[in-house]
Design a binder for this molecule. Structure first.
Ligand SMILES: C[S@@+](CC[C@H](N)C(=O)[O-])C[C@H]1O[C@@H](n2cnc3c(N)ncnc32)[C@H](O)[C@@H]1O
Ligand code: SF4
Length: 465
């Protein structure tokens, strides 16, 4: 296994009583950093072309010294700090000095860093009030003990790293507004340490005006309201046991209160995940929520595992597929020609693992591959099933594998209807939600030739390429 300090690795770095700074420079983190440094080919370029390093490393806090070597990331953060400089000069000077130290450490390529992290993700809780179908918290698959982050622990964390932090997300796995100390937590970060804070919330619990005033007063920089529709019947298809009327009512009152308090923050973004039930409703939802007074509407594909594939949008781009996507089946071949009933052939399928690099923001490793083989007619309608090839080993990004299967053409009576072998490929993957996800390649159609049959116009290959 590669060195990795990621929380989903088997070597978990967390320790409730350990100091954050000791974790930040512990042996595991240093090893991870060194690994990234050794693989870097250009400043700031996390070596994602190294098959054993994943895209998610680029956003891992361990990689910050390397990441901010990239002038784009560095200037974006610098610009924001300078914008806040006027109102908070003392706090910003400390943060700028820390950023500078961090960038220098990255440039020197040292694995032990004398600067503090600049961006952090501090999870206020891993409990939730609703049960989203794919969320590890909502579906009770979350592996860590449940609870609220105690305020004392939070204070200790900020005491150690707060002066260097520029941005903190106070959520990850659960519903942050359930933590009874959440407003105190935001206030401490924003007011004492000048950290920009962000929260993503389902906003689906009744919130009093007093609480909403507290949200504005706390100084929270950004609030993401995660709700996928404005119609209750559709909303609850994914956000099980949530009530969208409560969400809408909370948003309406927050907008009003923010105005009454003459405040620009928090900026409110309504975030909708796209499923089969709402893929045609983006404009309706956007209009409705913008009329409510939110500042921004955004949408993105939802990650879905096979048990919820019926929720996948029909539009392939919304499934995370892209028109420029490279096929994962590089080549498929049959070692026989002039097929007739009873002919035995060997099918060879060359597969490359390029799915997760292209379609998903982060991944650990594939859990295996399944290749489904069917016979199809010239209209590509399936006429018979040849079963599957299973490959259980994980494939690293860009690794290839050759799979074979013996096929015997004795199960199809009307072979003259057959024009293609249709080859479907599914990668299984362990994903950031700590669940198994799958990604399905576009089918690959291999033309097959039969003895003494009327000629059919066919072509081999993946038509989507
Ligand atoms: C795990 S939630 C925690 C914060 C909060 N409870 C919420 O839902 O906003 C973090 C983010 O994951 C998003 N999320 C939930 N299910 C998802 C899925 N299947 N695919 C992609 N994002 C998802 C939520 O919309 C939210 O923005
Ligand atoms: S609201 Fe957030 S934490 Fe709760 S189940 Fe849904 S995604 Fe998970």
């Amino acid at each position: 296994m590669e060195p990795c300090s990621c929380a989903i690795s088997e070597m978990e770095p967390q320790g409730n009583d350990a100091s954050i700074l000791s974790i930040w420079n512990n042996a595991l983190f240093q090893k991870t950093r060194q690994y990234l440094i050794d693989g870097m080919k250009a400043p700031g370029k996390i070596p994602t072309d190294d098959p054993s390093i994943f895209d998610c490393c680029a956003s891992c806090p361990v990689a910050e010294p390397q990441r901010f070597q990239s002038s784009e990331d560095y200037y974006a953060i610098l610009k924001n700090m300078l914008r806040r400089f006027k109102r908070r000069p003392g706090q910003m000077i400390r943060k700028l000095l820390n950023l500078n130290r961090l960038v220098n450490a990255g440039a020197k390529g040292v694995s032990a860093v004398d600067a503090k992290p600049v961006i952090a993700n501090i999870d206020a809780t891993n409990l939730c009030n609703i049960r989203c179908l794919e969320c590890s918290v909502g579906s009770d698959e979350h592996p860590h003990p449940r609870g609220f982050m105690p305020f004392l622990v939070y204070e200790k964390i900020l005491g150690e790293i707060g002066h260097g932090l520029y941005y903190a997300e106070l959520f990850r796995y659960g519903e942050p507004l359930l933590n009874p100390d959440i407003l105190k937590m935001i206030r401490l970060a924003e007011k004492k340490y000048g950290i920009m804070t962000a929260i993503s919330s389902n906003f689906a619990m009744p919130l009093t005006d007093e609480f909403l005033r507290g949200v504005v007063e706390s100084g929270l920089s950004e609030l993401v309201v995660a709700a996928d529709d404005i119609d209750q019947d559709l909303y609850e298809k994914y956000r099980v046991s949530g009530n969208v009327h409560t969400v809408i009512d909370n948003v309406e009152r927050l907008v009003k209160i923010r105005k009454e308090m003459n405040s620009h923050h928090p900026s409110i973004r309504w975030q909708t995940l796209i499923f089969s039930f709402n893929e045609d409703r983006k404009e309706i939802i956007e209009k409705f929520v913008m009329d409510l007074g939110v500042d921004k509407f955004s949408y993105r594909p939802a990650y879905l595992s096979p048990k919820n594939y019926d929720l996948r949008p029909k539009e392939t781009e919304l499934r995370g597929h892209h028109s420029d996507k490279k096929s994962q089946i590089q080549k498929a071949e049959l070692d026989c020609q002039d097929i007739e009933l009873g002919t035995e052939c060997k099918l060879t399928v060359d597969v490359i693992q390029n799915a997760f690099r292209e379609e998903m923001p982060a991944s650990s490793e594939t859990g295996g591959i399944r290749v489904g083989i069917k016979l199809a007619d010239k209209n590509k309608s399936e006429v018979a099933d040849f079963g599957r090839i299973f490959f259980d080993k994980a494939l690293q990004p860009d690794e290839t594998v050759r799979l074979t299967k013996g096929l015997r053409f004795d199960e199809v009576e009307e072979l003259d209807r057959v024009a293609y072998l249709k080859i479907d490929l599914v990668f299984e993957n362990r994903f950031w939600f700590e669940q198994n996800l799958e990604i399905q390649s576009n089918p690959y159609y291999l033309a097959v030739k039969f003895k003494e049959l009327a000629e059919v116009e066919v072509s081999a290959g993946n038509p989507s390429n």
